[in-house]
Design a protein around this ligand. Structure first.
Ligand code: KIV
Length: 268
């Protein structure tokens, strides 16, 4: 099969401008990265969700930089075309200097083409500096799973008007600071739509409604192998039967058609 051009940040921006939905999924190894890449996923996220679905922890907090580099290298081996985005794990960015060191490690040792970071408040300063050094960066807003012990659970964020305004302002400031993309997790549909329409950079949603520029889910959730109750915003694409490749292709097709997420996956 002839390879189409590798996905770049400018291609993702162009997709936003043209209203073409961006399909993103997590992968943590070469075999699944290859499946995703061949199915036409534009962004492969080596998420720190690996702490839960690969390592069996109950949160993402125990995941280390070495873990991220190991899985990023592995996923990169199976990927040819998709943009490889890699999470900065818990406390990888306690200061701007550490953020620079760790983002550099993810790119040089892990092969990351973009890094994603949680942590509102400190994000602006860090994003500014990463952008100044030409490190592609996606800022993760809304529910921040690395803060689970502080916030006391996995809850929808931005329901109250002050919090919604704060998130919208933060999103616009992050774009100004040089962020190349935003990820919104567990945000009411109306707020996610407003944020998506207020910035020119691509906005990828998870539990943030169908109007974001793209969607991401955890691979193990769409394959129905995550232990316990699946998150409300997720969908088991294996339910209709067939192979893993067919399930991933269905996910990509539904994201592209705008039929996923449906109303039952959305928060008000
Ligand atoms: O770690 C991860 O997989 C993520 C997604 C849930 C967006 O950050």
């Amino acid at each position: 099969m002839p390879m189409t051009a590798p996905i770049s940040l400018s291609r993702l921006r162009e997709m936003k401008q043209q209203g073409e939905k961006i399909a993103c999924l997590t992968a943590y190894d070469a075999s699944f990265a290859r499946v995703l890449d061949e199915a036409g996923v534009e962004v492969i996220l080596v998420g720190d969700s690996l702490g839960m679905v690969i390592q069996g922890h109950t949160t993402t907090v125990p995941v280390t930089m070495d873990d991220m580099i190991y899985h990023s290298r592995a996923a990169g081996q199976g990927n040819r075309r998709a943009l490889l985005m890699v999470d900065m794990p818990f406390m990888a960015c306690p200061t701007v200097e550490w953020a620079l060191v760790n983002a550099t490690r993810l790119m040089q040792a892990g092969g990351a083409q973009a890094v994603k970071l949680e942590g509102s408040g400190v994000q602006l300063e860090i994003v500014t500096e990463l952008a100044r050094r030409s490190i592609p960066v996606c800022a993760h807003l809304g529910l921040q799973p690395q803060s689970v012990h502080k916030i006391g659970g996995y809850r929808v964020q931005g329901r109250e008007s002050a919090a919604a305004k704060g998130m919208l302002d933060n999103a616009m400031q992050l774009e100004k600071a040089g962020a190349d993309a935003l990820l919104l997790e567990c945000v009411p549909e109306s707020l996610a739509t407003e944020i998506t329409e207020s910035v020119t950079i691509p906005v990828i949603g998870i539990g943030a409604g169908p109007r974001c520029d793209g969607q991401v889910l955890v691979l193990h959730d769409i394959l129905g192998v995550t232990p316990g109750k699946a998150p409300r915003f997720s969908k088991n694409f294996m339910n209709e039967g067939g192979s893993i490749q067919a399930a991933v292709a269905r996910y990509v097709a539904e994201v592209k058609a705008g039929t996923f997420p449906a109303q039952q996956h959305v928060f008000e």
